[in-house]
Design a binder for this molecule. Structure first.
Ligand SMILES: [Zn+2]
Ligand SMILES: [Zn+2]
Length: 168
């Protein structure tokens, strides 16, 4: 039962759009995503997934949990978003992670006070309440920097209310 399945992830393309935005046509490769008419425009190239070979303890824990829960079933591109956020040099060191049937959500908890802390904390609590009320299958986890632990909604909202240390 407690077994992690391999994941199918709809990785982002180098153009920034998900695989689902790309189509092969008789006239050539096209992308109907946001890259159109930008410097990243994918037209003519076709789907080119981002390098997704990197692992950090946090993204490895998320992929393991997603495999165990078999979530998300739809919008697996969200796992690619989680990957990009956690592989980045400025990756959050603590966060809440919500897995739903339709996608995932990652809420950094270490945003410095200087960066609109109040707004982001309110946003996180509002989002958590939304998931709790509308998505009975949703599960919430807390990454404390070392382990990914399941938390109930009240605990998650409390964690989202604790101010992050002021960056020095
Ligand atoms: Zn593309
Ligand atoms: Zn594109």
């Amino acid at each position: 039962m407690d077994y992690a399945f391999p994941l199918h992830i709809d990785w982002h393309c180098l153009c920034g759009d998900s695989a689902a935005s790309h189509h092969t046509r008789s006239t050539g490769e096209e992308c109907v995503g946001h890259c159109q008419k930008t410097p990243l425009d994918c037209r003519g190239f076709g789907y080119r997934p981002i390098d997704h070979t990197g692992r950090t303890p946090a993204i490895a824990a998320i992929f393991d949990m997603a495999g165990r829960l078999r979530l998300p079933r739809h919008y697996t591109c969200d796992l690619s978003t989680d990957y990009k956020m956690l592989i980045a040099p400025d990756a959050p060191t603590r966060f809440l992670w919500v897995a739903r049937d339709s996608g995932t959500h990652l809420y950094p908890l270490d945003v410095p006070v200087a960066i609109d802390q109040g707004w982001s904390r309110d946003y996180i609590r509002t989002s958590l309440t939304y998931h709790e009320r509308n998505h009975p299958e949703a599960q919430c986890f807390h990454w404390n920097g070392y382990t990914l632990d399941p938390v109930n909604w009240d605990t998650a909202k409390t964690l989202a209310s604790i101010p992050a240390p002021v960056a020095v």
